[in-house]
Design a protein around this ligand. Structure first.
Ligand SMILES: Cc1ncc(COP(=O)(O)O)c(C=O)c1O
Length: 437
């Protein structure tokens, strides 16, 4: 294999069979599409190249900066491509949550703009969201940027329609698989591959995997967030299922320890989600079937993510009072207050805002203090950081994360802890005051 340019090495990734002794399915051959073997390390290499390629000549001529709303693999691929063309790259995000990726982006020369915002993926109907404002700014002519726009750009899905999907069919001797299972971030890979497979076999069943509510799996969205994505079309999927971070890590461990595959959390989630789904159809099958899932990227960037959730894997004792241990049962006993009730309580309670410092600095409830959720999680390992006599109101963007922490604090013995239902967004929508320092 000889190339003039590293971008020529994007695609043509291996399709590798998973040993049936590992997955335990009797009538289904399960294959992993190893997108982690792309040159910049992920499935997003294809999308990044497909989206930026048509913009490069103009950008080079004008000296524009390439910009994308991404805190992960798309940013990484774009930073590398921009560097090859002598261009700068700027990653705009509301929060870089994976420290290894942030460090890597800085090493690659990326500029990182962390803005306040509810979600990295913008909501075009929310004109107060700074990311939306950024998006509007980027659409103005002559702004010095070229924007690849991964959540809305059809070239993202096209990269998989013309590349990933046909490669899978070719490697299965011209036959599309019966089942295709993929995690959904921008929805580009699942949508593009699904279209390609169905052109060959309209009966291919497509299963989209999203993170369970309030669960963070880097690279993919929760069921609520996915509806904000411009490329997401519910009709593409025969089923959308959730996976928990715990399941994703279990799957990752199986792939790294038993399959020789250095998969990251979404690869693990796709494997675990695939096996869980296929187990429901496997016993009734009377002929052999084929299924494919995508391993999106590599494990090395997620060591701190894994250390936080599974310290025992790294020879460390399990951490007490872990937010990851909050169960659906714990959540049922949470006191979630309406905006009106929360407003009354806020007069005498300690109000803790769990959002990023950027979001807090932009607008917050008067008198609240900001403890970003990761820092709060760390504090709680050591026990309650405030008196049990002090009522506490927890606040986050939409009321999900605050409910999880309220459940944890209740379990830790705090008798008077509450979550703001609907979060800062509900407070703002009710017209209640927010202040800026
Ligand atoms: C690690 C990882 N897994 C899965 C995905 C989902 O891919 P897509 O954006 O094509 O839906 C992404 C997207 O950024 C990702 O970074």
């Amino acid at each position: 294999m000889r190339f003039d340019d590293i971008t020529e090495a994007i695609g043509n990734t291996p399709l590798v069979r998973i040993d049936p002794a590992v997955h335990g399915l009797r009538n289904i051959d399960l294959y992993a599409k190893l997108e982690l073997l792309n040159p910049f390390g992920s499935v997003k290499d294809r999308a990044a190249w497909s989206m930026v390629r048509p913009l490069l000549d103009g950008a080079v001529e004008r000296g524009d900066t390439v910009v994308e709303l991404s805190s992960g693999n798309t940013a990484k691929a774009l930073a590398l491509i921009a560097g090859m063309y002598g261009l700068s790259f700027k990653s705009v995000t509301n929060r870089m949550r994976v420290p290894e990726i942030k460090d890597l982006l800085l090493l690659l020369g990326a500029e990182i703009d962390e803005l306040p915002g509810r979600s990295e993926c913008l909501d075009p109907s929310d004109t107060d969201d700074p990311l939306t404002r950024m998006h509007v700014l980027l659409q103005e002519e002559g702004n010095g940027y070229v924007h690849t726009d991964q959540y809305f750009n059809s070239l993202n899905a096209d990269a998989h329609l013309t590349g990933t999907g046909p490669e899978i069919i070719k490697d299965l001797d011209g036959v599309a698989p019966d089942y295709f299972i993929a995690c959904v971030g921008t929805a580009g890979s699942s949508t593009g591959v699904a279209r390609a497979l169905r052109q060959h076999n309209p009966d291919t069943r497509v299963i989209g995997l999203v993170a369970a509510k309030s669960d963070f799996i880097p690279g993919i969205r929760t069921i609520d967030e996915v509806h904000e994505v411009g490329l997401f079309e519910p009709g593409v999927y025969d089923a959308i299922e959730t996976i928990s971070a715990d399941e994703a890590i279990d799957g990752l461990l199986t792939l790294v320890r038993r399959c020789g595959t250095l998969a990251g959390p979404t690869g693990g989630g796709a494997f675990q989600g695939a096996v869980r789904f296929l187990r429901t159809v496997d016993p009734a099958l009377t002929s052999r079937r084929t299924a494919v899932f995508i391993v999106c990227d590599r494990v090395e960037s997620y060591l701190s993510y894994l250390r936080e959730r599974r310290p025992e894997l790294f020879g460390r004792p399990p951490r007490p009072h872990s937010v990851a241990s909050v169960s659906a049962g714990d959540l049922t006993s949470v006191s979630s207050l309406t905006v009106d009730a929360a407003r009354v309580l806020a007069e005498r309670a300690l109000v803790i805002d769990l959002r990023s410092p950027y979001a807090y600095q932009a607008l917050h409830i008067d008198g609240s203090i900001n403890i970003v959720d990761e820092v709060f999680a760390d504090l709680l390992h050591a026990g309650l950081p405030f008196s049990r006599r002090q009522p506490v109101l927890l606040v986050c963007p939409v009321g999900e994360k605050s409910a999880t922490y309220a459940a944890l604090l209740t379990r830790m013995g705090h008798p008077d802890v509450h979550s703001l239902d609907g979060g800062v967004i509900a407070w703002r929508d009710a017209g209640l005051p927010l202040v800026r320092d």
